[in-house]
Design a protein around this ligand. Structure first.
Ligand code: ADP
Ligand code: MG
Length: 723
C-alpha cells in the first residue's frame, strides 16, 4: 500500500461494517456476581466452622488459618470446575500498573497414569511464579528468581470467561523469598492496617468503645478514548506507545462542548453494555457512564468499595475495557493524553475512611460530637497533604500523566486541598477564633456546634483542584487514567495514618494537661491550621497567580516525573513509610528505581518511534508531494504558465527542518553515559522531550500542507469522529 491507501481502506471498512446489535439485558439480579466465589457461595458450600473462620479473616484482613485452607480450596475448585474452568491463575499486580497472571491446570497425574482434578489449600494459599522478569528495582537478582504469590483473602476469587475458555482467578500478593513486596497489593494492605491502627487510637480518645476494623473506600472514575481498531492498526504510535506522537488537531475539536453528556453513540452504547455485563458478573458495581469532554472520550464509574477490592476491581475494569473493545472492533486508549489539543484522561480516585460501627469519618454529622470527629479527620487529611504533598505528586508521576498535569485541563503538578467555601470558612474560624483560648463552654462549642449541613452540590465542585473535598470524601483528581489506583491509595492511607497518630498523641497530651475533650480537639485543629493551612486553596488552580502564590506559601511544584520521583528517596518519606510499616527502605528504593526506569523507557521508546515514523512515513510523504509539485510547476512553465511556488518552498523548508530535527533526536538518543538515574530522567524531561515537541511541530505543520491523498497516517478528524 502507498500514500493513504491504508487510511482509505480503514474508513471503507468502518463505514461498511455490520453494526453489532444491542442485546436485551439480563436482569441485574441474575447476572450479579455469578462469576465470583463470594461470601454467599462460601456459606452455601462450606462447613459452618470453616465459613466462620474465613469470614473473620476477610473482615479483619488477618492471616488465613491453614487448617481451613484445604476445605476452602476444595469448595472453590468444585465451584469453578462446575462452571467449566480447567485452569486456575494466581493474579498479581507487579509494579508496572498492569495485571499479571500465571495459569496452572487443576490436572494431577496419579501413579496409575490416570488423572484427577486437584487443588489443595497449599496451592491456594501459595504459588511460585518465576518472578525474575518482573521489575523489582534490584531487590532480587535474577538468579534468585523465586517470588511467591499468596491469596489475599480479602479479595474474592472469580472466573474470567474468554472465548478461549474460563479460568479461576485468585487475587494474590507477590513477595520475594525474603518477604519484600514486589507488587502494588502488599503496600496497600499494609497501609490499610496502619491507618486502621491510628484511627482506632483517635476513636478511643473520642470515647468510642465498640470500634470495628477501619478501612478506606475507593470509587475510581475511569476516563478513556475509543477509536476504531482499523485506525489503531495503521498507527505505529498508537500501537506501541498508546498515544499519537504526531497529528494536527482537527478544525472542530471540543469547543462546542457538544460531546460532553451528549447522547452516547449507538456503537459505543453496545460496547458499554457488554462491558457492564462482564463487570456485573464479576461483582464489580458499574454505576455511571457518560461521554466525556473530548470527542471520542467516555467515562465509567463504579459504586465505591473497600479500597483493596476497589483496586483489584479497577485493574479488572481496565482489562475488561481493553478486551471488550477488541471484540467490538474498537481500540480502547487508556493513555492520559492520546490526542494533543483535546482533553486528556484522568482517573479521579474518590477516597474516604470509615468502619461499620462509626460510619464514614469524612461525613459531617448531625450532632456536635459527630462534627468534632469529622473536623478532626478532615484536619488530619489537611496536615497530611501539606506535609506530604510531594509524595502525592510522586505517586502519580508517569511519563504519560506528565502530559496532562498542568496542561490547563487537569489539576496542576502542585498539591493543594479544596474544601468548599463553607468548610473553608469553618477551618478559618477555628484558626482565627478565640475558641481555643477560652475554656468557657459557650465559646468552646463554636466551630463544633455551628457546622451547617454542608452542601453536596456537584455544581460547587472545583475542577481545577488536584484534591477536593466533595461532601463526604476526598477526590484525588490528578491520578492518571492508565495508572493503578493502588499507589495513590497507599499514599493517602499512609499519610493519614501518620497524621492520625500525631493527632492522637497531641490530643492525649492536651488532655493530660487537664483540658476537656472539646478544648483539646480545638487546640489541635488550630495548630493544624496554623502549621498546615497554607495547603488549602479554593481558587483557580490553573491560573498563573496560583502558581506564584503557592510558591510564596512554600508549596512545592514538581512539573515532571523527573522532578517528582526523587521525592521517594528523601529522608522524611523514608521515615514515613518505615514508621507506619508500609514500605521498608529497601522496598521504597526499589520503587524509585522501577518507576524511574519506566519513565526513561517510555520516553526512549517514543523517541525511537518518532524517528522511525518521521523517516519512513512522514519524510517520504513530503518528498512525494515535493516531486509532484515541482514537476507540475516545471510542466506548466514549459507551457508558459507561471504557477505559485510558495507551497513548494514551504514544504521543502519543513522537509529540511524535519530532516535536521530527526538527526538531532537520533544523536540525542544515542547518549548513554549517565552518572545517576536522576540525571538520566532529567535528560529525558528537559532534553529529549523538547526535541520531540520540536519535531512534532514541524510534522503537524506539514500535515496541513501536504495533499491529503499522500498523508500516510489516519488523521485526528478520522480517528475522533468516524465510528
Ligand atoms: P463526579 O463525576 O461528580 O465526581 P461520579 O458519580 O462520576 O461523580 O463519581 C463519584 C465516585 O465517587 C463514584 O465512584 C462513587 O461511588 C464514589 N463515592 C461516593 N461516595 C464515596 C465515599 N464515601 N467514599 C469513596 N468513594 C465514594
Ligand atoms: Mg466524574
Amino acid at each position: 500500500m502507498s500514500g493513504n491507501d491504508a487510511r482509505v481502506q480503514a474508513v471503507h471498512d468502518i463505514t461498511n461494517r455490520e453494526p453489532m446489535s444491542m442485546k436485551t439485558p439480563e436482569k441485574l439480579e441474575q447476572m450479579w456476581a455469578t462469576n465470583v466465589f463470594n461470601l454467599a457461595k462460601m456459606q452455601a458450600s462450606l462447613p459452618k466452622a470453616v465459613f466462620k473462620s474465613i469470614k473473620n479473616t476477610i473482615i479483619t484482613g488477618e492471616k488465613l488459618d491453614p487448617s481451613v485452607a484445604d476445605a476452602v480450596a476444595m469448595a472453590m475448585k468444585d465451584w469453578a470446575t462446575a462452571k467449566g474452568a480447567m485452569y486456575y491463575a494466581h493474579v498479581f499486580y507487579p509494579m508496572t500498573n498492569l495485571t499479571a497472571e500465571k495459569h496452572d491446570g487443576f490436572i494431577s497425574v496419579q501413579g496409575d497414569g490416570n488423572v484427577i482434578s486437584e487443588f489443595s489449600g497449599k496451592v491456594l494459599v501459595q504459588g511460585e511464579p518465576d518472578g525474575s522478569s518482573f521489575p523489582n528495582g534490584g531487590i532480587r537478582d535474577t538468579f534468585e528468581a523465586r517470588g511467591y504469590t499468596a491469596w489475599d483473602v480479602t479479595s474474592p476469587a472469580y472466573i474470567m470467561e474468554t472465548d478461549n475458555g474460563s479460568t479461576l482467578c485468585i487475587p494474590t500478593v507477590f513477595v520475594s523469598w525474603t518477604g519484600e513486596a514486589l507488587d502494588k497489593k502488599v503496600p496497600l494492605l499494609r497501609s490499610i492496617a496502619a491507618m486502621d491502627k491510628a484511627a482506632q487510637k483517635v476513636l478511643k480518645i473520642l470515647g468510642h468503645t465498640n470500634i470495628a476494623h477501619v478501612n478506606s473506600s475507593c470509587g475510581a472514575e475511569q476516563e478513556y478514548f475509543l477509536i476504531d481498531a482499523n485506525f489503531a492498526a495503521t498507527r505505529p504510535d498508537i500501537l506501541l506507545s498508546g498515544r499519537t506522537l504526531f497529528g494536527k488537531p482537527p478544525a472542530k475539536g471540543q469547543e462546542f462542548d457538544d460531546h460532553y453528556f451528549g447522547a452516547i453513540p449507538d456503537r459505543v452504547q453496545v460496547f458499554m453494555q457488554d462491558v457492564e455485563e462482564t463487570m456485573y458478573k464479576l461483582g464489580i458495581p458499574a454505576k455511571t457512564r457518560h461521554n466525556e469532554v473530548a470527542p471520542g472520550q467516555f467515562e465509567l464509574a463504579p459504586f465505591f468499595e473497600a479500597a483493596n477490592v476497589a483496586s483489584d476491581h479497577q485493574q479488572l475494569t481496565m482489562t475488561i475495557l481493553r478486551h471488550t473493545a477488541k471484540k467490538h472492533g474498537l481500540h480502547c486508549l487508556l493513555h492520559e493524553k492520546p490526542f494533543a489539543g483535546v482533553n486528556g484522561s484522568g482517573k479521579h480516585v474518590n477516597w474516604s475512611i470509615g468502619n461499620s460501627t462509626q460510619g464514614n469519618f469524612l461525613d459531617p454529622g448531625d450532632s456536635p460530637h459527630e462534627n468534632a470527629q469529622f473536623l478532626l479527620f478532615c484536619g488530619a487529611v489537611i496536615r497530611g497533604v501539606h506535609k506530604y504533598g510531594p509524595l502525592m505528586r510522586a505517586v502519580i508521576a508517569t511519563a504519560s500523566n506528565d502530559h496532562r498535569l498542568g496542561a490547563n485541563e487537569a489539576p496542576p503538578a502542585l498539591m493543594s486541598v479544596y474544601l468548599g467555601t463553607q468548610l473553608e470558612e469553618i477551618f478559618e474560624q477555628i484558626k482565627n477564633g478565640s475558641v481555643t483560648e477560652s475554656k468557657r463552654k459557650g465559646v468552646m462549642d463554636l466551630g463544633l456546634d455551628v457546622i451547617p449541613p454542608l452542601t453536596k452540590d456537584a455544581g460547587d465542585r472545583n475542577r481545577t483542584s488536584p484534591f477536593a473535598f466533595t461532601g463526604n470524601r476526598f477526590e484525588f483528581r490528578a491520578v492518571g487514567s492508565s495508572q493503578s489506583v493502588s499507589g495513590p491509595l497507599v499514599a493517602l492511607n499512609t499519610i493519614l495514618a501518620d497524621s492520625l497518630d500525631w493527632v492522637a498523641n497531641r490530643l492525649e497530651s492536651e488532655l493530660a494537661k487537664g483540658l476537656e475533650l472539646n478544648g483539646a480537639i480545638l487546640t489541635v485543629l488550630k495548630e493544624i491550621m496554623e502549621d498546615h493551612g497554607a495547603v488549602i486553596f479554593g481558587g483557580n488552580g490553573y491560573s498563573p497567580e496560583w502558581h506564584k502564590m503557592a510558591q510564596e506559601r512554600g508549596l512545592i511544584n514538581l512539573p515532571t516525573t523527573a522532578d517528582a520521583l526523587p521525592v521517594l528517596k528523601q529522608e522524611y518519606i523514608e521515615d514515613l513509610f518505615t514508621k507506619t510499616g508500609v514500605l521498608s527502605p529497601v522496598e521504597l528504593e526499589s520503587r524509585f528505581e522501577v518507576y524511574a526506569e519506566q519513565y526513561i523507557q517510555s520516553i526512549e521508546v517514543e523517541t525511537k518511534l518518532m524517528v522511525h515514523m518521521a523517516k519512513t512515513m512522514i519524510y517520504p510523504a513530503a518528498i512525494e508531494y515535493l516531486s509532484q509539485l515541482s514537476s507540475t510547476i516545471s510542466d506548466l512553465a514549459d507551457l508558459g504558465i507561471d504557477f505559485e511556488k510558495e507551497t513548494v518552498s514551504k514544504v521543502a523548508a519543513l522537509g529540511n527542518s524535519i530532516f535536521e530535527s530527526v538527526k538531532e533526536l537520533s544523536e540525542a538518543i544515542a547518549k548513554h553515559d549517565f552518572a545517576t538515574t536522576e540525571e538520566h530522567m532529567n535528560y529525558c524531561a528537559y532534553h529529549l522531550m523538547p526535541l520531540m515537541s520540536q519535531l512534532r511541530q514541524y510534522v503537524d505543520t506539514l500535515e496541513s500542507e501536504v495533499a491529503d491523498c499522500l498523508w500516510p497516517l489516519p488523521t485526528y478528524q478520522e480517528m475522533l469522529f468516524i465510528k
